[in-house]
Ligand binder design. Structure first.
Ligand SMILES: NC(=O)c1ccc[n+]([C@@H]2O[C@H](COP(=O)([O-])OP(=O)(O)OC[C@H]3O[C@@H](n4cnc5c(N)ncnc54)[C@H](OP(=O)(O)O)[C@@H]3O)[C@@H](O)[C@H]2O)c1
Length: 317
């Protein structure tokens, strides 16, 4: 670490592209603006597809803005506040915090990151930094999808696609905590894992078409997209909701069902709700593996190519 406080170790992308574009650099240490805090990153987490998103490389979600090169990836952070902006009243130096960094900003694959204070919450005391980093994005995505976008009610049946993945493993647990019955799709070797998350039934997506095994569900939570998403209309009950985090659902049958696509938003209130579930023992973030900061590029490749259960975490310090 730089004792003059001007530089830091960071993983950066200098040209838009995939994991091969990321380099391990000495970079300028950020200075927090008035409404920001500087976080000494302990752990960051990464998400499949992140390096393809326009928001990762530009200052707009639809890619129409300016390129922001070089960028720092990894929007999921847990660490310690080491400096506070002049307008920040609710966080102090020394606080251990976690959260989702807005997608059009630099991320947490670095020793330090400057983050708007209002998107961070105090880390759940029972989680270490690896677990808290792994929780932020999947937790908020599942929470916002099930509660805000699908309006899930106790007693509803939910079908979660991709239930062994980063978001899916969290969505199963949150749906169960909200009083729903969960049916899930995963590969056979993940079935036991998904059952331990609380799913009542696990359908092996490689062996069986889920639409022949389940019907009349209130909510489909789609983390897979494509053909899986298209076939999901068939299992919804009248008035049911297909909520996708991958792509906007095409037109469904005109039978009172509806389709929703959304992008997760940074949200302190949601983090506090997740933290409560964690402390009540009803939500556990799953970490597939932990890699050092200098291996971040390899970790992104692994996420795309290799089987995993839960999240890949980058341990920074
Ligand atoms: N819109 C948003 O706000 C938002 C937020 C977070 C993530 N995302 C996106 O959501 C997607 C999932 O993210 P993630 O982090 O959860 O990814 P992930 O950890 O890779 O999980 C995806 C899971 O889907 C499984 N899967 C693949 N094909 C399947 C199929 N046909 N049926 C059922 N399951 C299948 C995979 O299992 P195998 O290992 O067997 O292939 C894997 O367990 C990514 O595209 C990501 O970019 C969007």
């Amino acid at each position: 670490m730089d004792t003059q406080h001007t530089t830091m170790r960071a993983v950066r992308g200098h040209r838009r592209g995939g994991p091969e574009r990321l380099t391990y650099d000495l970079a300028p240490r950020p200075t927090p603006a008035a409404d920001e805090v500087l976080v000494a990153v302990r752990s960051a987490a990464i998400t499949r597809g992140e390096l393809d998103w326009d928001a990762t490389w530009t200052d707009r979600f639809d890619g129409s803005g300016s390129l922001r090169l070089p960028i720092v990836p990894a929007k999921e952070v847990s660490g310690q506040v080491v400096e506070v902006g002049s307008a920040v009243r609710d966080l102090s130096v020394g606080d251990e915090v976690f959260g989702l960094i807005p997608f059009t900003r630099d991320g947490a694959a670095a020793e330090f990151t400057a983050v708007p204070a209002d998107v961070l919450a105090v880390k759940p005391p029972s989680l270490d930094h690896d677990g808290a980093a792994a929780l932020a994005l999947p937790g908020l995505t599942a929470w916002q999808g099930l509660v805000r976008h699908a309006g899930l009610q106790p007693g509803d049946t939910v079908l979660v696609h991709g239930a062994a993945g980063g978001v899916g493993s969290t969505a199963v647990q949150i749906a169960v905590a909200l009083g729903a019955t969960v049916v899930a799709t995963a590969r056979a070797k993940d079935a036991e894992f998904v059952r331990t998350l609380g799913a009542e039934r696990v359908i092996d997506y490689a062996a069986q078409r889920f639409e022949s095994a389940v019907a009349g569900v209130a909510v489909v939570f789609d983390t897979v997209g494509g053909d899986t998403q298209a076939r999901s209309w068939q299992v919804l009950r009248d008035g049911g909701t297909l909520v996708s985090i991958v792509s906007p659902p095409g037109p469904g049958p005109a039978d009172g069902t509806r389709g929703v696509f959304f992008v997760v938003e940074p949200d302190r209130t949601g983090l506090v709700a997740l933290s409560k579930l964690v402390e009540e023992g009803r939500l556990v973030p799953y970490v597939d593996r932990i890699v050092p900061l200098q291996d971040t590029s390899l970790a992104y490749s692994t996420l795309e190519r290799e089987h995993h259960q839960g999240k890949i975490v980058v341990r920074v310090s």
